[in-house]
Each structure stands twice: as structure tokens, then as C-alpha cells.
Write a protein that binds this ligand. Structure first.
Ligand code: GNR
Ligand code: NI
Length: 216
């Protein structure tokens, strides 16, 4: 088994739609073994093949909390056969979007149909974290990332907040405290246009400073 490199935003590969697996053979099982090892190493609780640069409809998951007792799950060519109307909210993260987390609403329950590690057809009824993870991973197969669900309203608010914070940040940058932080963790990345308006900010606040990370 090999630990593979996980692609991260804005790699255009992540936006590609993955192709169905035609035959579950040893080459496919090798990809799944590598995916699982890569996921445990990261560590994460799920991984889609596209995240290691393989555009095939393959997902691995292990939502067990206990590293001593691994419970890997493999899904090939998964299809949703039911999603509940009722929604659940989870704080999501993604190995391909490092450092960003957001509460995302998704159907609380889903039933899926898929091929397992041996290529046998299976069905699964999932709820809670498992349902959330399966749906997060199935989105990867379509080139969708959880950050795509953050509403434009929210992004606009963030832009407004950035604008409000701009003077504060610029003042901070003049102070010794800020320059110390700048040097220490390069935390204050802020891009301004020629009119001195904020374009965006990347991790410009950092936990060590006690400020909120508003990267977008
Ligand atoms: O490790 C992961 N944790 C996680 C938490 C909440 C919802 C979804 C996930 S999946 C993520 C790993 C990953 O990026 N899979 O694609
Ligand atoms: Ni992900």
C-alpha cells in the first residue's frame, strides 16, 4: 500500500466528474488500498479517488472513532436511491480544502446502492455522520466541494466583514505585535486592489492570535 498525495483546492482536477468503474479487479482494489492508507495517514474519515488524482467513482470511509478497531468501508459506483426530506447539520471539513470548516445541511438519511470491495452489489441505509460523509464523498465524484454550499449571502457578508476589518488589520500591521505574528506564521495575508479595497484574505487571522480565521 502506498500513501498518495492528496490534491487540494484550487486544483482543477477536483472539479472533474469521475467515471464509473467497469470491472472491480485487483487494479481497482489496489487503488482502494492506497486510498484507505492515505486517508488513515491524513487523517480523515473518508476519501474519494479523485482526491488522489484518480477520476473513478470510488469512495472509502471509516467513521469508527477507535484507531485500534478499524472499520473500513468501500463504495464503488455509488448511487442514491433515497434521500430524506429532513436535514441534519454537521461541521464539515475536507482534506482537499485544508483549514476550512463550515456547518453544512444535508439530508439526514440516505439509502445507496453500490459495489463492494469484491464487486458484489450492495445496498446501505445510512443516517447521521455516515449519511453526511457518504454524501460529502459522492459530491467529490461530481466535482463538488462542501464550500460550494456556502451561500453567496454568507460570502458577501464575509466580504463586508473583511472591509470592516481592513483598517484594523492595517493598523495591526504597523504594530510590533502584528509584525511578530506576520513573521511567525505568515498569518496576515490580505490582498488589496489599487483602491485599497480588500480583494480577499487568506488565513489572515490565526488561532495563536485569538482572532477568527476568515479565509475564503
Ligand atoms: O475527514 C473528513 N471529515 C469530515 C467531517 C465532516 C464531514 C465530512 C468529512 S469528509 C473528510 C475527509 C474528506 O475530505 N473526504 O472527502
Ligand atoms: Ni472531502
Amino acid at each position: 500500500m502506498t500513501i498518495r498525495k492528496i490534491l487540494t483546492e484550487p486544483d482543477p482536477f477536483l472539479r472533474q466528474k469521475s467515471e464509473p468503474v467497469e470491472k472491480v479487479d485487483d487494479s481497482i482494489r489496489k487503488i482502494m488500498d492506497d486510498m484507505l492508507e492515505t486517508m488513515y495517514d491524513a487523517p480523515g474519515i473518508g476519501l474519494a479517488a479523485i482526491q488522489i488524482g484518480v477520476p473513478k467513482r470510488i469512495i472509502v470511509l471509516d467513521i469508527s472513532k477507535n484507531p485500534e478497531k478499524k472499520e473500513p468501508m468501500y463504495f464503488i459506483n455509488p448511487e442514491k436511491i433515497y434521500t430524506s426530506k429532513d436535514q441534519a447539520t454537521y461541521e464539515e471539513g475536507c482534506l482537499s480544502v485544508p483549514g476550512q470548516f463550515a456547518e453544512i445541511d444535508r439530508p439526514d438519511k440516505c439509502h445507496i446502492k453500490y459495489l463492494d470491495y469484491n464487486g458484489d452489489s450492495k445496498e446501505l441505509k445510512a443516517n447521521g455522520l455516515l449519511a453526511t460523509c457518504i454524501q460529502h464523498e459522492m459530491d467529490h465524484l461530481e466535482g463538488i466541494l462542501f464550500i460550494d454550499y456556502l451561500s453567496s449571502e454568507k460570502i458577501e457578508i464575509n466580504a463586508e466583514e473583511l472591509e470592516k476589518d481592513k483598517d484594523y488589520i492595517l493598523n495591526m500591521l504597523k504594530s510590533e505585535v502584528a509584525s511578530a505574528h506576520w513573521g511567525k506564521d505568515e498569518a496576515m495575508g490580505i490582498r488589496l486592489n489599487y483602491d485599497n479595497q480588500v480583494i480577499d484574505a487568506l488565513n489572515y487571522f490565526d488561532e495563536a492570535t485569538g482572532f477568527i480565521n476568515k479565509s475564503q
